[in-house]
Ligand binder design. Structure first.
Ligand code: RB5
Length: 143
């Protein structure tokens, strides 16, 4: 089971609420960093809350949800050490882990329904990083 830090903005609030329940039901250690209601809020601040936690706890994962997933992935990927993958398919989720060692999955509530979103998160959390040549490549990100 994994430690997971999850947050959204208003555009991702409903999907975030669904995923918190789903992940707790799976037995994960889930930390919901908000928001606690769907009032308008600024996604870069919620992305930062999750990136701070994921950097402090290297074995943890992050889940960020906004309307499209784009703003969250842009904000999270500005932080060195964060590899945030915007996913719209299980294939994305699988290879984001296997080849990119992504530590955050970004999802769009206005793009992906709850069923496929939950599947993507499950695949993401259960797929190991392959290392090898892929480690060499991700080590080049901040050169
Ligand atoms: C909010 O309307 C929307 O812009 C936000 O959720 C996200 O999609 C930004 O990338």
């Amino acid at each position: 089971m994994s430690t997971i830090y999850i947050a959204s903005d208003h555009g991702g609030f409903n999907l975030k609420t669904f995923l918190v329940r789903h992940l707790k039901d799976q037995g994960h250690d889930v930390h919901d960093l908000g928001p606690s209601d769907p009032a308008s809020c600024d996604y870069p601040l919620k992305a930062q809350a999750v990136t701070d936690c994921v950097l402090r706890d290297e074995s943890s994962f992050g889940v960020l949800v906004c309307g499209t997933g784009i703003g969250m992935s842009m904000a999270a990927n500005r932080v060195p050490g964060i590899r945030a993958a915007l996913c719209t398919s299980e294939f994305h989720a699988s290879f984001a882990r296997a080849h990119n060692n992504a530590n955050i999955i970004c999802l769009g509530e206005r793009v992906s329904g709850p069923g496929i979103a939950a599947s993507m998160v499950d695949v993401f959390l259960s797929t190991p990083f392959e290392g090898g040549r892929h480690l060499r490549r991700i080590n080049l990100f901040n050169k």
